[in-house]
Every structure is written in structure tokens, then in C-alpha cells.
Write a protein of this length. Structure first.
Lengths: 233, 240
């Protein structure tokens, strides 16, 4: 009973294996909490996402190593913390101006906005470095620079300095879109094939043309929107 | 009253419920900080931005580490770290010499297509890591690289040789439409009148444009945008 009590509420003389089990539970709770907070937490899309990442990791870590801390409180905190983050993200959809920071325009129409640059405390050397990372080495080629709420700088080049696109050389449009998975790890994806209005016979015929007697010999197969078939054994 | 002081102040024992209340207070701090923190810290342009942001997250969550840690100390430290970062960035943006000491300088590791061994050592950069960063930057072939720079943010920027760069419309003497930032006209059914006036159009024009796309009411539009070349874009709310 005292062991269970120590397990849940923490105690000074906790056997090391109980500490280990507590750590496993906290670790798993952290993974579940991360899933609850969705992809935008993993991608760190706004200011509070950063702070949550740094905070939740350190609080779980400290509670793991401290045998005197309560496991129950630890679990409550991890999920309440994730809940607060989800709430902030939800409010961000409802009231975007209230929750997150606004993007700051650092350059518009090829002119640097000195006031915004100084207010954002970005030095010219910082700016040069960040645009080099974006592959825009010459300032004269840039139309606009935006300091995004995450702190990343996006670069919008002037059209004459962008790569030539198909329209400019009068090439007709091509089909584009996402490829469909036909075979994944040697398993035929029947649903995907039916959705395309095709059947297994069509797939087998196609694979035979490429020299595969059976779909199980194929590791990965994709149908691209152009009609091209990608097969890898 | 005792409960309130155990939440905000130092206490030896705090119930899970007490910690849940503390978490909500920390949540409010997270919101305020997320809004007030300088943009550059998130972009991690330099080492001190990196330290600042991760430290800020840890300090903000500290009342949840242990019941003995209280909010008054936490807020004091948050304010001090914030002011330090503000002061350092303020000085850096106004004095280039100070900026060089605080932030360091970017180091050129490839110039004229040649890898500079001494600068690689200065940047503590092994060859394998340079090759890895080049691959990530879509320049796997050393032959194609003109300049590579180790930036203060710790990433490597790559300038390809002109032969390896995509052709631009100027080089092919092709005409180009005006470019720049597109303007948002409708956000989740709400017309942004300010932006509409900026481009010199009115609601009647917007309704006509939406009509061309088969939408009768602005409320049914999730997003509408116009680019500087005048091309209209819209996407309806009920798009599945």
C-alpha cells in the first residue's frame, strides 16, 4: 500500500524500478498529449507553440527525475497543459488577431521598411543571412519580405527573377495532382484502385507488362496523374 | 484564501487540482508571452534567440515543476529575461560592432566553387555535415555550388553557379506580369473592406467576380485573394 502511495504521490525512498515505471508512464502521456495537440504543435506554427514545447518537455523531465513529486499531479499537468494549448489554437481560429502575432512587412515593392525592421530588432546582417538561406542573394531581385508570426522570413521575388514557368513559354497545361498508391509494402490497396474506377485485373495486366507475375513481388506502386505508373520491387 | 495563496505562493503540498489551476494560470502567461515576444526570437536568427525562447518556455512552466516554486518569482524571471533580450536586440540593431560580438558573423565555407578548409574549421563544420546541408538545400553536387555560407542561425545558405540556376524570364526576354504580395479580400466569409479600397474596387465588383466563380454571396466564401497581376482566386466554405 505504501508502495502504491509512493508510486502515485511520490516519496523520499522510492525504489529505482518504481521511478522507472513512473518515467515510462509520463513519457507515454507526453506522446499522447503531443498527438492531442495536433500537427501544428509539432510544426510550431505560432508563438505559444514554441513556449508549450519548451515548457511541457522540461516539466515532464523534472517530474520524472524527482521521486518526491506526485505522479497524479504530473499527469494532470501534462494533459491540462496540452488542453490549454489546444484551447489557444482553437481561439486562434475564432479570433486570429487576439491570439497570435501579426506578420511584419520588412520590404514592399523593393523598398526596405526601415521602421518595421528596427522595431522588429532585426539587424541588416540578420536579414541578409535569412534571405540567403531562402536562395535570394540579391536584394534587387526581391519584391517583398515578410517576417512571419513564427519568426521565419518569407521572400517574394520580382516576377522577372523567378524561374520561367510553362505559361510564359506557351506550353500547354499538364495534369497535376497527387499520385494514388496502388501497392504499399506488397499489399494491394483495393479501396484506392476502386476509387479510380479500376479493378485488380487492370493492375495485374499492368504489372505483367512490366514483368511482375504477381503484385506480391512489388514493394511500392503508384499511379501518377499523368497516367504514368511508378513501380519499385 | 489559503487555497489562493497555495496556488500563487510557495507551499509544501499541492493537490492535483491545485496544479490544474496553476496550469491554467500558466496558460494565460503562455498566451500573453506568445503575443508579446519578439518575432526574431521565434525565427532564431542567432544563438541568443535560441537560448531565450527555450529558456522562456521552461521558466513559464516552472510553477508546475514543484509546489515550492511560486508565481511571483516566475513572473520576475520572465520579465527579466524578456528585458535582457529586448535590450540586447536593441543594442545589436543600433550598433554593428556590438552585434558582431553578440551574434557572431556568418562564415563563408565555399567561395568560387572551392571548399575553404580553414573556414570550415572556424565554423566547427565537418565535411560530412556540409555535404548533408547542401543535399538538403537541393545542391547535392559540389560542381554546382558557387558560394556556401554558414549563417549565424546555424544553417548553410547556398548560391548555385549561374549555369546551374533555373532560367529567369529576363534571360529569355519574356514579358512578366506585375508581382508581389497578393491581397486578402475575404477571410471566412468576412469582406476586408480596407483591402478592397486599397486596390480601388468596391463590393459590387467583388460580387461580380464571385459571380464569375459561381458564388452569389460573400458569406459563402472561405477565402478570396487577388494577386498584383489582377488574377482573382476564391474558395467556397462548403468545399469538400
Amino acid at each position: 500500500m505504501t508502495l502504491l502511495d509512493g508510486f502515485l504521490n511520490g516519496s523520499k525512498d522510492l525504489p529505482f524500478w518504481v521511478l522507472a515505471i513512473r518515467a515510462v508512464i509520463l513519457y507515454i502521456s507526453l506522446i499522447i498529449a503531443t498527438r492531442l495537440m495536433q500537427h501544428r504543435q509539432v510544426g510550431i506554427l505560432s508563438g505559444h507553440n514554441y513556449l508549450v514545447a519548451a515548457g511541457i518537455v522540461s516539466l515532464a523531465a523534472i517530474r520524472m527525475v524527482n521521486p518526491e513529486s506526485s505522479l497524479t499531479s504530473g499527469l494532470v499537468i501534462v494533459f491540462a497543459y496540452a488542453g490549454v494549448n489546444v484551447l489557444l489554437s482553437y481561439l486562434d481560429i475564432k479570433f486570429p488577431k487576439l491570439i497570435d502575432r501579426k506578420p511584419v512587412i520588412l520590404m514592399e515593392g523593393g523598398r526596405i521598411n526601415k521602421k518595421n525592421l528596427l522595431d522588429a530588432h532585426v539587424t541588416l546582417d540578420n536579414l541578409m543571412g535569412q534571405i540567403r538561406l531562402k536562395g535570394a542573394h540579391n536584394m534587387s531581385e526581391i519584391d517583398s519580405l515578410v517576417l512571419e508570426p513564427t519568426g521565419k522570413i518569407s521572400v517574394i521575388k520580382k516576377p522577372p527573377f523567378l524561374p520561367v514557368n510553362r505559361q510564359q513559354v506557351n506550353l500547354p497545361p499538364k495534369f497535376s495532382g497527387l499520385p494514388t498508391v496502388l501497392v504499399y509494402d506488397s499489399e494491394v490497396q483495393k479501396d484506392n484502385i476502386n476509387r479510380l474506377g479500376l479493378d485488380l485485373k487492370w493492375l495485374n495486366d499492368k504489372l505483367q507488362q512490366e514483368g511482375f507475375a504477381d503484385p506480391s513481388q512489388v514493394f511500392f506502386a503508384l499511379l501518377e496523374p499523368s497516367g504514368n505508373l511508378f513501380i519499385s520491387a | 484564501m489559503e487555497f489562493v495563496s497555495s496556488i500563487l505562493g510557495t507551499t509544501n503540498e499541492l493537490s492535483p487540482f491545485g496544479f490544474a489551476v496553476r496550469t491554467i494560470l500558466v496558460g494565460i502567461m503562455l498566451w500573453a508571452e506568445g503575443k508579446a515576444l519578439p518575432h526574431r526570437s521565434g525565427g532564431q536568427f542567432a544563438g541568443y534567440d535560441f537560448t531565450f525562447f527555450w529558456m522562456m518556455g521552461g521558466v513559464t512552466a516552472s510553477p508546475l515543476f514543484d509546489s515550492k516554486l511560486n508565481f511571483i518569482n516566475t513572473i520576475t524571471i520572465v520579465v527579466i529575461i524578456f528585458l535582457m533580450h529586448y535590450l540586447l536586440s536593441y543594442l545589436a540593431v543600433r550598433n554593428r560592432i556590438f552585434a558582431k560580438v553578440l551574434i557572431g558573423q556568418s562564415i563563408v565555407v565555399m567561395s568560387g566553387g572551392k571548399v575553404m578548409r580553414q573556414n570550415m574549421a572556424r565554423a566547427l563544420l565537418p565535411l560530412e555535415l556540409l555535404l548533408s546541408e547542401l543535399r538538403v538545400s537541393d545542391a547535392p553536387n559540389l560542381n554546382e555550388v558557387e558560394v556556401a555560407v554558414m549563417e549565424t542561425s546555424g544553417h548553410i545558405s547556398v548560391l548555385k553557379k549561374t549555369d546551374a540556376q533555373p532560367a529567369t524570364p529576363t534571360e529569355l526576354n519574356l514579358p512578366t506580369p506585375p508581382g508581389g504580395l497578393p491581397i486578402l479580400l475575404i477571410n471566412d466569409g468576412v469582406v476586408i473592406g480596407e483591402n478592397l479600397r486599397e486596390i480601388g474596387h468596391d463590393k459590387l465588383w467583388l460580387t461580380q467576380e464571385l459571380g464569375k466563380n459561381g458564388i452569389s454571396r460573400a458569406e459563402d466564401v472561405y477565402v478570396a485573394q487577388i494577386d498584383p497581376a489582377g488574377t482573382f482566386y476564391c474558395s467556397a466554405k462548403n468545399q469538400s
